[in-house]
Design a protein around this ligand. Sequence first.
Ligand SMILES: NC(=O)c1ccc[n+]([C@@H]2O[C@H](COP(=O)([O-])OP(=O)(O)OC[C@H]3O[C@@H](n4cnc5c(N)ncnc54)[C@H](OP(=O)(O)O)[C@@H]3O)[C@@H](O)[C@H]2O)c1
Length: 243
Amino acid sequence: MQIKNKTILITGGSSGVGLELAEQLTAENTVLICGRSQEKLDQAKANLPALHTFQCDLAKEQDRQNLIKWIQEEHPELSVLFNNAAIANSGNFFELEDAMSLAQKEMDINFIAPLHLSKALYPLLQKQSNSAIVNISSGLAYSPLAEYSFYNATKAALHSFTQGLQLQGAHGNTQVVEVLLPVVDTPWHKGETPKGAISAKEAVDAMLKGIRNGQTEIRVGLTKVLYLVSRISPKLASKIING
Ligand SMILES: NC(=O)c1ccc[n+]([C@@H]2O[C@H](COP(=O)([O-])OP(=O)(O)OC[C@H]3O[C@@H](n4cnc5c(N)ncnc54)[C@H](OP(=O)(O)O)[C@@H]3O)[C@@H](O)[C@H]2O)c1
């Protein structure tokens, strides 16, 4: 699929992978981004004036409805949805005092929001001759990292949901794609990026190449190896991930 002359929504397009995607796609497309922080959205727009921004918290159903309404009214020609925004809480599940509220919020942002946006925006996507839903997931969907109490599970859920949609067969003009990322050097890591991280540019280059080539499960960088190892020896994959 060629990504040219399209209207594209990137959730979490104000930072990291989403911002890099926005940077690479604005020259030839109309790019819409959303995020919680108005300051980050303004900063992105200051650097890329062609961007269209929308402030919303994807954990909140009403905010998701507002985003959907904005797209329906202002950008009904939407043809690509990148479900990219996510958060991760770390810590021992039984020691986290507010584990349940953290887990609920994380699940809402990382899993429920992609479902909600995909369902509500699908009728618009269907009107375009060539459209796509691209779910940004993680190699941790293949093998979990101990310190992420529920993040692994939110990404495994998104992985399984995407596979389920793909198994349901063709969705008219809309392709359903998953991108599984390895560690990427972004603000996500709050200045403590693990060794071996790839740059956001490398991640986005690989992602866009995969989409152009029609791949539906795009394993970026080391997630290719992790995928194979997790099939042959899940224990070894877990050792690699958890050091
Ligand atoms: N970085 C990695 O090592 C890595 C590895 C594997 C997979 N991934 C995946 O790659 C994707 C992008 O991650 P990243 O590294 O680019 O992260 P990032 O730099 O922290 O960016 C996350 C983006 O999501 C937005 N966001 C977070 N919560 C939101 C909410 N409730 N409502 C709306 N927007 C929200 C953030 O903006 P606000 O804070 O303003 O809301 C920001 O724009 C995620 O799906 C992540 O799971 C990342």
